[in-house]
Design a protein around this ligand. Structure first.
Ligand code: FAD
Length: 309
């Protein structure tokens, strides 16, 4: 990645956390082009999109957008929204599960209450035969997120997992430990702005670390979601699993709603499990800005589509 792109990406990621920009943008609804990456502002819209995606042979994980809530009342609202979402998944018959962000459940306010809230959602999901994944946010929340997952796993919940980011130096150690504990992981490169003291600064090295983590997980036999749009890595996973006799039931590919949609369907047609991450809700701004930062060309694409209106 050249210096200009790196600076641009860093500036955009800075904007993702800006509350004023967030309020301003969300007031304009999805008109800023967010609908390319967000399935809608309501649960009903997301369920409709999920049905459409399922018809392509692709399963989903639904994410009710929201993060860094500033009160426990807001966190409670998210818990209720997720409980409704679980019922809606079952009632609509879609093939899918849920992803959630711990800071949306009040992690930054009170870890115990966040744990209690996530426990309620996980328990309800278990009753309905659904899986819950805790997304991984920026590094101040890594340890607490892993603590919550380990606590719930120790309490006997088998339907819970989390995410590990290849950009962090600590991740090799985390993946080894979590694999030994049998914890279901999604592996990603990492979407947040992190200091160089803890994060690998070069994209090439992050890509190499991603492959290392994937190999460790595939060799461990513990179920793994490989979440990337990187076609070279996807090709390599297909070849590695073939030559090492790793069954397709041991892993799945995951991609984001609106990104590489034909590739998602093509992999599903080849017989791989593919899951599309389908975000919805009114708090779409930080998620949207992270998607722009991943690919600066997206900013041009959005700008062009705004001028075409
Ligand atoms: P890259 O090397 O960044 O991209 C490879 C190619 O994919 C690019 O050349 C481009 O063609 C395409 N591409 C990638 N991003 C975009 C985009 N935004 N728009 C258009 N094309 C794009 N990160 C976290 O930190 N925590 C999480 O919990 C988390 N969950 C995720 C769940 C899923 C299902 C996925 C797919 C990603 C998740 N991420 C998460 C984001 C992840 O960390 C990366 O930021 C993101 O996936 C981009 O990296 P990449 O692996 O696709 O590879």
């Amino acid at each position: 990645m050249d210096v200009g792109t790196r600076l641009f990406r860093s500036a955009l990621l800075g904007l993702a956390g800006n509350r004023v920009a967030r309020k301003f943008s969300e007031r304009y609804g999805m008109k800023l082009g967010a609908s390319r990456f967000v399935a809608g502002e309501t649960m009903e819209a997301a369920i409709e999109q999920a049905k459409r995606i399922n018809q392509q042979g692709v399963t989903v994980t639904l994410d009710y957008l929201g993060e860094s809530v500033s009160s426990l009342e807001e966190a409670k609202g998210c818990e209720l929204a997720y409980l409704d979402l679980l019922q809606a998944i079952r009632a609509s018959g879609i093939d899918g599960n849920i992803s959630l962000k711990p800071t949306q459940f009040g992690l930054a306010i009170n870890e115990d209450s966040c744990l209690a809230s996530i426990r309620k959602v996980t328990k309800e999901a278990a009753c309905l035969g659904l899986f819950v994944r805790l997304d991984m946010e920026d590094s101040p929340w890594t340890d607490a997120t892993l603590r919550i997952v380990r606590t719930l796993k120790a309490e006997g919940y088998k339907n819970i997992g989390t995410v590990i980011q290849a950009c962090l130096y600590r991740s090799r150690q985390d993946v080894r430990a979590l694999s030994a504990e049998g914890i279901n992981l999604r592996l990603v490169k990492g979407a947040y702005k992190e200091p160089p003291s803890i994060a690998i600064p070069s994209k090439r090295k992050v890509d190499a670390n991603m492959r290392h983590l994937i190999r460790t997980r595939l060799d461990s036999g513990v179920y793994t979601a490989i979440a990337t749009h990187d076609e070279e890595i996807i090709r390599w996973v297909k070849s590695y699993t073939r030559t090492h006799n790793i069954p397709r039931t041991a892993f799945e590919f995951q991609m984001l709603y609106g990104i590489r949609t034909p590739l998602q369907a093509a992999l599903a047609r080849e017989g791989y499990t593919v899951r599309s991450y389908v975000p919805f809700g009114r708090s779409w701004y930080p998620y949207f800005v992270r998607r722009l930062a991943e690919r600066p060309a997206n900013v041009l694409f959005i700008a062009r589509s705004l001028f075409k209106r």
